[in-house]
Design a binder for this molecule. Structure first.
Ligand code: TXA
Ligand code: MG
Length: 334
């Protein structure tokens, strides 16, 4: 049951969206900065507020499978079976778009990314707004994504204070890393960005499928900037430089580490420990990075990843984010 305070917040958030304004929306992955997909003003504000380059397309969020019809020109059997298995949830399906989806949303691509989030407030908000909501993560471009309402307030202090962004507080995001973005093709599913649904889950879905047409569908990862224009090499960055090691642990006997030509005293490097449990490690990751970023007497952050013990599954998404967030990588993960 949604409480009455929350209900009135959803109502005012929906009114703002109908008026072409932006709302920070909780989802199970990270908070999104949302606008109605059919509002030119709202979509333009998202790009302006985030300082997001126009080449980076937005994901459109829906609350029911009927809304797919508004957005997708082609909805294949493979897309439908993935949606039935994993929605609501952290999976974005990239499919051919209908012409009502503006090229501003898709950065000129003929495809659109669609996802049904698994957060009751997000679903209620989309319903109340009366249309699907385009939403990127609610952070400035290239920075760490927000997993609490406070993260959004800290990210956009002036805009929130001025009432330009309303923050709908839905508590902590339980998944903690963004959705898996998949390009749905006829015989293959291409993972453009690893995320909350793992490659193993996607493969299992097809291998065990009752439908013989779907059993041969392959699931592969692609590292292709053209196919996934927003998934840039440098992303999710903290303000203080992050060192990630997939090899040796932090060497406290060493006087300094050199990051991008700058010498940093080892005594001023703060080490973050991730949980051994991948779901918890993912949930805590961005919050821990944000907190460590504000620590005094710290010039850089360090994370050690023990690949021998922790590999596959959700670690793939975690490693992807760490790879992009870090300025120095020791023994780069492939
Ligand atoms: O979990 C999530 O996906 C969160 C929550 C708010 O839903 N959203 C999110 O959005 O992470 P954003 O904008 O930070 O990342 C969207 C990613 C980008 O890497 C972008 O390139 C890709 O999705 N994307 C969106 N539409 C696409 C399309 N038509 N073709 C290829 N990639 C697309
Ligand atoms: Mg983002």
């Amino acid at each position: 049951m949604v409480e009455s305070k929350t209900r009135s917040d959803i109502h005012s958030a929906a009114e703002r969206l109908k008026a072409g304004k932006c709302v920070a929306m909780p989802t199970e992955t990270v908070y999104g900065l949302a606008a109605r997909f059919d509002s030119h003003e709202g979509i333009a504000s998202i790009f302006r507020l985030k300082e997001r380059p126009s080449f980076d397309p937005l994901i459109v969020h829906i609350e029911s499978s009927e809304q797919v019809r508004l957005l997708a020109e082609v909805w294949s059997k493979a897309a439908d079976s993935l949606a039935k298995a994993f929605w609501p949830g952290p999976l974005t399906l990239v499919v051919p778009k209908r012409s009502v989806v503006s090229s501003m949303i898709t950065s000129g691509l003929e495809t659109v990314g669609i996802r049904m989030p698994k957060h009751p407030l997000a679903l209620e908000l989309i319903r109340a707004a009366g249309a699907p909501l385009a939403a990127p993560s609610a952070n400035r471009f290239g920075r760490t994504s927000p997993t609490t309402a406070d993260h959004v307030r800290i990210e956009f202090p002036v805009e929130v204070a001025a009432g330009e962004i309303m923050v709908l507080d839905g508590g902590e995001s339980l998944v903690g890393v963004e959705s898996t973005v998949c390009l749905v093709e006829e015989t293959e599913i291409k993972i453009l960005r690893p995320g909350g649904i793992t490659i193993e889950e996607l493969r299992r879905h097809f291998e065990k499928n009752q439908d013989p047409d779907l059993r041969d569908i392959q699931v592969g990862e692609v590292e292709n900037h053209k196919a996934s224009p927003g998934h840039t090499k440098h992303h999710y960055e903290t303000k203080k430089p992050l060192i990630v090691s997939w090899g040796p642990p932090l060497d406290k006997t060493r006087p300094t580490y050199t990051i991008e030509g700058r010498e940093i005293a080892t005594s001023r490097i703060h080490e973050l420990k991730l949980s051994d449990e991948p779901a918890l490690a993912a949930r805590m990751l961005y919050g821990a990075l944000r907190e460590a970023d504000t620590k005094e007497n710290t010039d850089a952050l360090f994370i050690h990843r023990d690949l021998a013990r922790h590999n596959g599954g959700l670690w793939v998404a975690i490693d992807d984010r760490l790879k992009r967030a870090s300025r120095l990588q020791l023994e780069t993960k492939r």
